[in-house]
Design a protein around this ligand. Sequence first.
Ligand code: LLP
Length: 404
Amino acid sequence: MTSSLSHSELISIAEEYGTPLYVYHAEKIKEQYGKLQNAFGHTNTIFFYACKALTNVNILRYIRNLGANVDCSSVNEVKLALHAGFPASRILYTSNGIDFDEIKEAKELGVYINIDSLSNLEKFGMAFGHSYPVGVRLRPNILAGGNIKISTGHDKSKFGIPVDQVDRILKLVDAYQLRISDLHIHTGSEIKDVDVFLKGVDVLFDIAPHFEHLEFIDLGGGFKVASKAGEQETDIPLLAEKVGRAFANHPYKNGKKLQVWFEPGKFLVSAAGHFITKVNVLKETSAAEFVSVNSGFNHLIRPMFYDAYHHIENISNPEGPMKNYSVVGNICETDTFAWDRPLNEVREGDYLVFRNAGAYGFEMSSNFNSRFKPAEVLAMEGKTHLIRRRDQFDDLLRNQVEVI
Ligand code: LLP
């Protein structure tokens, strides 16, 4: 069973709430989470939703109710997760290059913490010693994932403590009696090849025996979703089988079994999201026929920032003849969503929907050009709910201090 919203449902949502508009389909999130649960059900594995992908509090609550945990990348995300009703015991904070005060704050809030530098690990040791468990983010020196900007585990990446510096971690463990409860890696986003995760497992298994308080191995996020026809998402059942086997065969000390953690972001929310725009202007030129929509990279930055492909459909004219267009935004700089893209014939006023817009869509939006951020709508159990109102003019002035 796959969940989807029909063209006519999307059009009526667009008519009701206006555009540009993010629409999230709750049942699709459930379906994706179900795939993980089904595949990993027989293993000792739990999932932390990487909420940086989409933090609307309703989405957080929906995912909490599904039974997932949550992974945060700032203390504010931790606070949002607490606000959404996650108990601290289901919250993980994977920090990166942050001020130690933020780690202290997360510790006060009682959540799991992953630290990604020797410097903060030492500060943690000095402040808390053995009294509070802590995870260590390692850089496995594995190059994988989609665009280089979203590859994080390679040997030139800023993320994590390089695995070749384990002896320095061990010195800190010794000096401060640190209780290292988990080893973490996040190799990148959009990793299709399940063996990349297994390579990471090998790296961690090599060093795990040095950590006597270890309870968890955190393999991060990065499952690929299908964004074009013919593409496949990461083969989750195969991943579960291989990871399950690797851990079943891994003799960890004292008969202890390590629990496996994953932190999927895109996999849970990407396909649930639809970004609906309206065509403002058609412009024929010798290079291309441009379709300008009432949005831009201020609302969906992924095509310009990562060369990401988003499937686009003209839901207002689905039977129209196919023609090639360049779909662009209305921002005052080059702002291309798609070049030379076949679409059903486009007319001014048509609705174009961008697929796979749930992850890092609204979340990375801005007010560039003093445009309003879009509204967000949740479609759930056959009903729709406004879950964030569109910006209004006052929002542009909200934090400005007028001194002149
Ligand atoms: N865990 C950690 C520590 C991460 O840094 C990330 C993503 C995830 C989990 C979730 O990765 P996912 O399952 O979503 O691939 N804005 C980019 C993606 C950047 C991902 C950053 N970290 C994009 O739109 O493609």
